[in-house]
Design a protein around this ligand. Sequence first.
Ligand SMILES: Nc1ncnc2c1ncn2[C@@H]1O[C@H](COP(=O)(O)OP(=O)(O)O)[C@@H](O)[C@H]1O
Ligand SMILES: [Mg+2]
Length: 304
Amino acid sequence: MPAISVVELHKSYGAVKAVDGVSFEVEDREIFGILGPNGAGKTTTLEIIETLREPDSGEITVGGMDVRKDARAIKELIGVQLQTTVFFDNLTVRETVDLFSSFYRNQVGTESLLELVSLEDKAGSMLDELSGGQHKRVSIALALVNDPRIVFLDEPTTGLDPQARRNIWEIVEQLRDRENTVVITTHYIEEAEYLCDRVAIMDHGRIIAMGSPDELIDRHSPESNISFRLEPLLSADLIAAIPGVSDVRSVNGGYEVTTLVPQETLIGIFKAAYDNGSTADDVSMKRATLEDVFLKITGRRIRQ
Ligand SMILES: Nc1ncnc2c1ncn2[C@@H]1O[C@H](COP(=O)(O)OP(=O)(O)O)[C@@H](O)[C@H]1O
Ligand SMILES: [Mg+2]
């Protein structure tokens, strides 16, 4: 039985089709990402699974239970970090976690939660004394107070600086080690690529591609780009004749080429240089990213 099953989910707000026929399954202990631009329908999808919003139609189960019939039981099974959390500014971090724990039968213990999110030394601080990243970490701790099997994180790193994002990624990796199932939304490509076992790319209320990051790239954007410099420079015609090269672009002092067979092309680059009295240098190869996948499918960048 999958941890989560969503079949043909639809949700409109007036004329806006926020979620327009979405289906996917999340396996037990999987880190599942929903990647998409603002307004794609990520939060709506998540909050319906979390039993916080009503679907218009669709079959949605969590741990085998129906979100419409078993909301109470599902709430015991899941932990939810909302996209925006309202805190009580006159409570300390420890008091806030204690308060949220008191809502549940199942309790983990405040100290171990603060340790998990690396906020032991902020336990006595007031909420309004925390940085943005520390706030997010409190909200993740709150999502874990009932020792949930399935954890939902809605854009946990949006607006954070790179170091604070890394800290959140470390927490997600700890959740993986604890064998939690995690559903995370993001509009950061690197985040989805780095953290997620599988990713659903969402746009305009639909899932437009789904799979592991590697699968998605292999399926939709399998080319690699190789850039290099040549001293002295050789003609573009010579470079275009190198095995596997499907596109050649001039860059400062050299070229960038596109290829489906990077190994053959790399050998060909060095061979062409050698045979023609040139030296290839500063060679670098880049595989496609999920950004390229999104661009291929939609013709747009994820962040515009
Ligand atoms: N409560 C609401 N009332 C009206 N429209 C909403 C509401 N929540 C979301 N929407 C609209 O639904 C679409 C999807 O929003 P949302 O699920 O928040 O996307 P995301 O989380 O991917 O940014 C957007 O067009 C948004 O404006
Ligand atoms: Mg959202």
